[in-house]
Ligand binder design. Structure first.
Ligand code: F3S
Length: 80
């Protein structure tokens, strides 16, 4: 499970986020291209848009479950 304390500042505020475990494998960007983007300079993904529909939410969850290093979290709403 990703750690909210290690999330990248680029993540759009909200439920989903990418943390510093990301190895830039690109899987989340391919699974949910509307929601995940790649910071090519720094070599990691980030959430560029939180899902706005149930379908988008499903894709983000799929991306989270498919991440090989568990760098995606969905407890971003618990942040202050
Ligand atoms: Fe990184 Fe996992 Fe996406 S390694 S690129 S957060 S699928």
């Amino acid at each position: 499970m990703a750690d909210i304390k290690n999330k990248y500042p680029e993540n759009k505020k909200g439920k989903f986020y990418v943390d510093r475990e990301c190895i830039a494998c690109d899987a989340c960007v391919l699974t949910a291209p509307d929601n995940f983007g790649m910071d090519e300079n720094d070599g990691h993904a980030f959430v560029k848009e939180q899902p706005a529909t149930p379908e988008g939410e499903d894709l983000c969850r799929e991306a989270m479950e498919g991440c090989p290093v568990e760098a995606i979290g969905n407890n971003g709403d618990e942040e202050e």
